[in-house]
Structure formats: structure tokens, C-alpha cells
Design a protein around this ligand. Structure first.
Ligand code: N01
Length: 553
């Protein structure tokens, strides 16, 4: 049990055991799903394994954890009043503020009375006769629901690599994705950080100045660029309020769910001098704009991508004083965007501290964890604290571990043995009335926007069913196959990109190499949703479990 799991006496309230809509997960997507289902008049219950709301923003409370999408673009947009009454302090909010915001939302909309904390789902079984799901939680309690909606997220199962001796370490050890509630005291400690993905590169500068020594174990250097965070000034707060409607319009229609505008020029439309001038602008621009507002061919043309990478490499060499460390920090084997790029504040600068060291695991791999530290080919280094920033079983991790059983008792993890098969990233064939917004084949961009689209689609479908005397909805095998094939085809369309990212499950030994997001992007989701609505849900079979004659709408 981690200290983020609630004490038993906190878990005993708020449980309706027979509902129309049961949501799993009190993250941004699950809370929005709960809100929408309740407003639509369904009886609702939300189950959450942790002791509070926030989902990913509850478990990932490591030092330095913060948004890298603009706070106001990541927040809920369904209520103008909510938007106006919550003033984000920074353009990219830190985890404590995010958690406070989500708690505010839950109380503001009176959602807490529908949430049971400390309720980890251990099985969910579809009953063909009643058309309902039976869901069991950790303490053995059984719930029944018509619609089972798992908003369990794509980054919710922390991954520890199989390093010999990991359990032998006698100091403190933490995973960024399972961070304890009590603050960890880093002052004067010898600290190892393993992993240099978005989490590791946020931890490093956050603790660099207080530790006695900081040793970063890097297997793959990452294309980190500045987040360019800043406090939101009173004038900007006022402007945000004024621009609310225009902002919603942009976010609700943008291909990636960001405010950043696409650039209309390709890399080699400009001279080298113009390019470098533009790249300087990109370097100083906020967060994801380096990806979304860069030259239009950045992800499509190898030579174009190499130009930007050369610019970033020069920046790294300028920031990092030790040339050998700088070279190690420059990625050599992948292009910008081929892995999810982190956006950082002070990451490269941290290596200028005399107490900071970078271990390149390509040269000296970790051999084992010992009782006192970490052993590589160079010998053993001793530590007081080891931080595992080693990522997640992305996309399917949570859903495949929940004991989900569809028609004929088929296990979801068997149905997805070769990778996830979905339609719109919301349903899979053979699992009627089961939805998973924000799961596999979901967002490629600003998550809450895309996941919100899915929640809206699901809720509208449930309303439609109710209005047409149906209580069961199941996507057709043909629709699922077509959507999944399209995802797989689009995933490899950038000619220079390999299947090296966790987006393909490649960080987990033995996991099928299948693309886990929506590779075709949000416009494709919009287009497909329009088709479904125009055709009155033709891609699905709608029926009534107590009146089989009543099929379709
Ligand atoms: O995880 P990761 P993360 N020995 O999988 C390394 C979101 N997020 O938690 O690249 C040594 O990206 C691994 O090395 P390699 C965001 O979507 C957002 O950092 O596989 N190292 C890599 O360096 C992000 O993409 C924010 O060679 C090992 C690291 O561990 C996602 O969460 C902040 C290893 C894992 O990186 C996941 O990020 C944080 C081994 N055996 C996270 N195994 C925001 O800013 C793995 N590694 C909003």
C-alpha cells in the first residue's frame, strides 16, 4: 500500500451499487464523464483506486511535475463560470495547483458524493442476459451497471524495468508515477534519477540545488526544449476572460487541441539565416508550439527534421559547459518528435552544477542495484535515494489488468493480445456497453480536449439510446477493423520514424508493437463522429436487452 491509498475509514462512503453509468477513474476525463452523465440524468457512480481526485495528476506528485500544455487550455471549458472563477497562477501550472483545481471542480459541481475512493476494480464481467456489467472492487463489493466507462488513462501503470537487485536497495526508492503524499526530503542526499523522459527531466532541475549529489542515468538522450513558463499577469488573466469564446472555438476545432497556430512554410522555403531566426523564435515560444507551430514539414521530411535537431544540438552545446556531457545529452539515434519531446525548465543547466553527473547507459549499462546503490561497468555508486523515472505500460496497461470480460467470457487482454482494436478509441467489439475514453487510440495532442470529445460522443450516444428505447450498444466488427487498420497505417506514415517510442509499446519487453494513440489525429475523429451521427449510429448495433425485437433506432 502506498501512502496515496486512503485509510480504510475514508473509503466507506459514496457507493451506489446499482447504477446506469459506472465510471472508473477520477482523473480529468473520468470527472468530466461523471459530470456529463449526471447532467444527462443517469444514475452514476465513480470508482477511484486512489485516495483523492486527479488521476495522473494525483499519482505523479514528484518535484517539478507540471503541465506542459497551457493551464487554461488543459482545463475544463464546459462552464464559463468555472473558467472565470479559477485564476491559474502560471501558464504551465505545477501539480499542487492542478490537484487543487480538480478538487475545486469536484466540489463546485457537487461530484464528490458520487465518488468512492480506495475502490480499485478487480473484475468487470458482462452478463449477456441482463445486458449489464458486474463490477467488483478490492474489498469484494459487487456493483451492477448498465454502462461501464473506464477512464483509467494511458499513463496509469508505472513501469519498473527488470534490473537485478532492485528490491535489495536499502535506501529510499520512488517511482515518479507513484509518488508518496508526504514530501520527500532530498536535502543533502545522494540521489540517483533513472530515466530521462518527460518525468525524469522535470525532477532533475527541481532537486538539483538541494541534493548533495545528483547522478542521472540516461539510456536515451531526449530532444528537450524550453517550456518557457511564466506567471500569468493580471492583464493576461483579464484577456483570457475576454477571449474565452474565441479560445474555446480554437481549442474545440484545432487538430491538436492547442492554441498554437500552424506555420505555413516548409523548412527549405527559407534560407539558412531565416531558418535560424525562425528557430530562435520557436526556442523562445511556449511548450508544444515547437512541435505544432514549427515548419510544416518537421515531422514529414528527414532533412527538415535534421535542421531543427542541429539547431537544438547547438543550443545544448551552448548551455552545458562540459563538452563531453553536452555531447551525451544530444540525441543521436532518433529525430525530434519520434519520441514524445519533453519541455523543460533548467534541465540542461542542472548539469553545470558541480554535484551533478550524467551516466550514459549506452556506454556503461546498469548491471544491478545493490543494497547501497547502483552498479555499472564503471563500478558502484552509493545513494540515499533512487528515483525511478522509467515510464508506464502505456495505453493498454490499466485496461488489460482490470479483469474485463465481455461476451462469452472473452478477456479484454486476449481480445487485444496483438494490440488494441477499437472504434474511435471508445469501444471494442464483443464488449457491449463498455467504453474507454482517453484510453488506447485516443489523444494525439492536448489530452483533455480530445478525451472530452470522446466523453461527449459517449454521453450523446447514451442519451440517444435512452431516447430510442434501447439499452445496449456494441460496435460492429467491421467498424472496429476499419478504424484499427487506419490507425496502424497512419502510424508509420512519417518515413523517417521507427517504432521506438512507447507510443508503440516499445518500452515494455514482449508488448506487441502496435500504435497506441490515434495516429490519424483529431480531424479524423471529428469526421468519423459526424458520419456516425448522420447515419444514426450505423457502425453500432443498438438493442434492448429485455425486448430483443426492439433493435436499432
Ligand atoms: O516516461 P518515458 P515518463 N534502464 O517512458 C528510461 C507524460 N508526462 O514518465 O528512452 C534505464 O517517457 C527510458 O529510456 P529509453 C508524457 O506524455 C507529461 O518520463 O526507453 N532507463 C526513458 O528515458 C510523457 O511522454 C509530463 O531508452 C530506462 C525513461 O526511462 C509520459 O508521461 C510530465 C530503462 C522513461 O521515459 C511518460 O513520461 C511527465 C532501463 N531499463 C510525464 N527503462 C508533462 O510535462 C526505461 N528507461 C505534462
Amino acid at each position: 500500500m502506498t501512502s496515496l491509498e486512503p485509510a480504510p475509514d475514508e473509503t466507506s462512503t459514496h457507493l451506489e451499487t446499482d447504477v446506469e453509468v459506472l465510471v472508473v477513474g477520477a482523473g480529468i476525463t473520468g470527472l468530466y464523464q461523471l459530470y456529463r452523465a449526471r447532467v444527462a440524468g443517469f444514475s452514476v457512480q465513480l470508482l477511484e483506486a486512489g485516495g483523492g481526485v486527479g488521476g495522473t495528476w494525483y499519482w505523479n506528485r514528484y518535484p517539478g511535475a507540471r503541465f506542459d500544455s497551457e493551464s487554461y487550455t488543459y482545463a475544463y471549458l464546459f462552464s464559463r463560470e468555472l473558467f472565470e472563477e479559477w485564476e491559474w497562477r502560471e501558464h504551465f501550472a505545477e501539480q499542487p495547483e492542478i490537484e487543487r483545481y480538480l478538487n475545486h471542480v469536484v466540489d463546485r459541481f457537487d461530484l464528490r458524493r458520487h465518488i468512492r475512493f480506495g475502490a480499485k476494480v478487480t473484475s468487470a464481467v458482462y452478463d449477456e442476459t441482463s445486458g449489464k456489467w458486474t463490477v467488483v472492487i478490492g474489498d469484494g463489493t459487487e456493483l451492477r451497471t448498465q454502462f461501464f466507462i473506464a477512464a483509467t488513462g494511458v499513463l496509469s501503470v508505472p513501469y519498473y524495468p527488470e534490473v537485478p537487485g532492485r528490491q535489495d536497495f536499502r535506501g529510499e526508492a520512488y517511482h515518479t508515477g507513484l509518488w508518496p503524499a508526504e514530501p520527500v526530503d532530498f536535502a543533502g542526499k545522494r540521489v540517483a534519477v533513472i530515466g530521462t523522459g518527460s518525468s525524469g527531466v522535470q525532477v532533475v532541475p527541481a532537486i538539483a540545488d538541494e541534493v548533495a549529489s545528483l547522478t542521472v542515468y540516461q539510456r536515451t538522450a531526449n530532444w528537450c526544449t524550453p517550456l518557457n513558463n511564466a506567471p500569468i499577469t493580471p492583464e493576461e488573466q483579464a484577456q483570457l476572460r475576454t477571449d474565452f469564446e474565441a479560445m474555446c472555438e480554437t481549442l474545440n476545432t484545432s487538430p491538436s487541441g492547442f492554441l498554437h497556430q500552424a506555420h505555413d512554410r516548409a523548412t527549405f522555403d527559407d534560407s539558412k539565416e531565416q531558418r535560424w531566426e525562425f528557430f530562435e523564435k520557436m526556442w523562445s515560444s511556449p511548450g508544444f508550439s515547437k512541435l505544432t507551430s514549427n515548419y510544416s514539414d518537421l515531422l514529414l521530411d528527414e532533412a527538415a527534421n535534421a535542421e531543427w535537431c542541429e539547431f537544438v544540438a547547438e543550443k545544448i552545446r551552448t548551455i552545458v559547459k562540459d563538452p563531453e556531457t553536452a555531447e551525451k545529452l544530444i540525441p543521436k539515434h532518433h529525430r525530434f518528435g519520434e519520441k514524445r519531446p519533453p519541455f523543460v525548465t533548467g534541465y540542461f543547466e542542472a548539469f553545470n552544477n558541480s554535484n551533478a553527473d550524467l551516466i550514459d547507459l549506452e556506454q556503461t549499462p546498469i548491471l544491478r542495484v545493490t543494497e547501497d546503490g547502483i552498479e555499472t561497468a564503471d563500478g558502484v555508486r552509493e545513494f540515499d535515494i533512487v528515483v525511478w523515472a522509467t515510464g508506464f505500460d502505456f495505453g493498454t496497461g490499466a485496461l488489460n489488468r482490470m479483469g474485463i470480460r465481455g461476451r462469452d467470457g472473452v478477456a479484454l487482454e486476449d481480445h487485444w493480445a496483438d494490440g488494441p482494436k477499437t472504434f474511435l478509441g471508445v469501444q471494442t467489439t464483443g464488449f457491449p456497453n463498455f467504453f474507454f475514453p482517453g484510453g488506447p487510440h485516443a489523444a494525439a495532442g492536448n489530452n483533455p480536449r480530445y478525451n472530452g470529445d470522446q466523453v461527449d460522443f459517449i454521453t450523446d450516444a447514451l442519451i440517444y439510446l435512452r431516447a430510442h428505447g434501447c439499452d445496449t450498444i456494441e460496435v460492429s466488427a467491421a467498424a472496429e477493423e476499419k478504424w484499427t487498420d487506419m490507425i496502424d497505417r497512419w502510424a508509420t506514415r512519417a518515413p523517417s520514424f521507427g517504432e521506438i517510442s512507447y507510443y508503440f509499446g516499445s518500452n515494455i519487453p514482449g508488448k506487441p508493437r502496435k500504435y497506441l494513440l490515434n495516429s490519424a489525429g483529431r480531424p479524423k475523429l471529428f469526421a468519423e463522429i459526424d458520419k456516425v451521427l448522420e447515419s444514426h449510429y450505423q457502425a453500432f448495433r443498438l438493442s434492448n436487452s429485455s425486448n430483443p425485437a426492439r433493435t436499432g433506432a
